[in-house]
Design a protein around this ligand. Structure first.
Ligand SMILES: [Mn+2]
Length: 427
């Protein structure tokens, strides 16, 4: 299924009166605060977030999975689904692939399809957290950190193979999330496991093309419940520093212990030039993989405050950091969920752009916590939804992406095309 320009225009036409009223009211309000609304709308319009190939089907838990029907059964259909999201919001023009779940068989044909839909390829993800059929050695006791050099070599070779697939598609980054660790005290020598991981990553880095980066993701627990080899940003940063300029840290919002100050981590990584990428999601307790902004929108805003503060503006935000979603759960239509996530991310970005930086800086300098809080709250409490809508309309996207998704019965159409019992590859 494809969404046509006419369908978008028709939908936008119906919303135009109400939208124009709310947008001009907000634009006047912001202009009176000396904010350049045109610049703001352009910044919002050009900010894009990549869609993970593994989030396009129903997510599951280890207890069960409830298919939603019409799930993409292969990589081509996944790219078509991202094409639908991008047609609706014009902010999701890239897909992040997971190998081997989405191994591109015919790179030329995949590139052609992606080009037709204005989709590019963001970071490619390796997978050494599960065994594949006919795999020679098992990752049961680790991969890049394994005690056996033969297992490590297999895992290194897999990562290098993933780079090759990515190169054929124009990707510029490899994300390594390592599930390695230990389930019980005493099982693993912490130092030796980290040292072996470093050596394996060094070999992977040596195979990286010059214009690529490797993003090192961290996670405090799960699947290992006593220790993870790369449990936190400090360990990731330590490895990235040792590995050199191509290695950077990837922050996955769900990969922190409860109440961790993620915005401070972001700020410090930016200071060190080591913030390489983001996996957006939200969580209540742990790695819940919930819709971004559904639980802690203020935290998301504070993170964007640091991102805007720590970069010189839009260009840096776009050029140096990979923006990706990493979420998957059991109950929503994944396409609607991804539309909500992208919207929440862009909303937080827009709110952070509204912060009066000079006023905030003065409040900090004069040790005025009340004034500083007022600066943040003023931006956070502004209803900037008309700005996002304006940015979408100008980009050729739908004024109300989820509304149009439902009006066009996209899910029913996909079920008609693909059947009700297709299952997307992934978790
Ligand atoms: Mn992640």
């Amino acid at each position: 299924m494809r969404i046509t320009k006419e369908q978008i225009l028709d939908h936008n036409q119906k919303q135009s009166k109400e939208h124009n009223e709310s947008f001009s009211f907000l634009a006047d309000q912001l202009t009176s605060q000396n904010i350049d609304v045109e610049v703001l709308v352009n910044q919002i319009a050009s900010f894009e977030v990549s869609i993970p190939s593994w989030a396009l089907g129903a997510g599951g838990t280890r207890f069960g999975r409830f298919p939603i029907g019409g799930e993409p059964g292969n990589l081509e259909e996944k790219i078509e689904d991202v094409g639908l999201i991008h047609a609706l919001n014009r902010s999701s023009g890239a897909i992040s692939l997971h190998i081997p779940w989405d191994t591109p068989g015919d790179a030329a044909a995949i590139n052609k399809l992606a080009e037709d839909l204005n989709i590019t390829f963001d970071a490619v993800n390796s997978n050494t957290f599960q065994d594949q059929p006919n795999q020679e050695y098992s990752y049961k006791f680790g991969s890049l950190s394994h005690t056996d050099a033969k297992v490590r070599k297999q895992a290194i070779d897999h990562n290098i193979e993933v780079i090759k697939y990515g190169e054929a598609l124009g990707s510029k980054a490899l994300t390594v999330w390592l599930a390695d660790g230990s389930v019980f005290p005493g099982q693993q020598n912490f130092r030796k496991a980290l040292e072996r991981t470093y050596q394996s990553l060094e070999e992977i880095c040596n195979a990286l093309p010059d214009d690529w980066k490797v993003l090192i993701e961290y996670k405090p627990y799960e699947p290992n419940f006593y220790s993870m080899v790369i449990p936190d940003w400090g360990t990731s940063l330590l490895l990235a520093n040792k590995l050199g300029v191509k290695a950077k840290t990837l922050v996955d919002l769900g990969h922190h212990l409860p109440n961790t100050n993620i915005e401070q981590i972001v700020s410090i990584l930016l200071m060190e030039g080591k913030l390489g990428g983001f996996h957006f999601n939200d969580s209540k307790y742990g790695d819940d993989d919930l819709t971004t902004g559904s639980i802690k929108p203020y935290q998301l805003f504070l993170i964007f405050n640091e991102l805007v503060e720590g970069t010189s503006g839009k260009d840096d935000l776009e050029q140096n950091i990979s923006w990706m979603i990493d979420a998957s759960h059991n109950v929503k239509d994944p396409l609607e969920d991804l539309l909500q996530s992208v919207e929440a991310i862009k909303k937080s970005y827009a709110q952070a752009l509204l912060i009066d930086r000079q006023k905030l800086s003065e409040a900090r300098q004069s040790n005025d916590p009340v004034g500083a809080q007022e600066c943040l709250q003023e931006a956070f409490q502004t209803d900037i939804r008309p700005l996002l809508r304006e940015a979408r309309i100008r980009s050729g996207a739908a004024a109300n992406p989820i509304g149009l998704f439902r009006d066009l019965n996209v899910r029913s159409e996909l079920i008609n095309e693909r059947g009700s019992d297709t299952i997307a590859t992934g978790l």
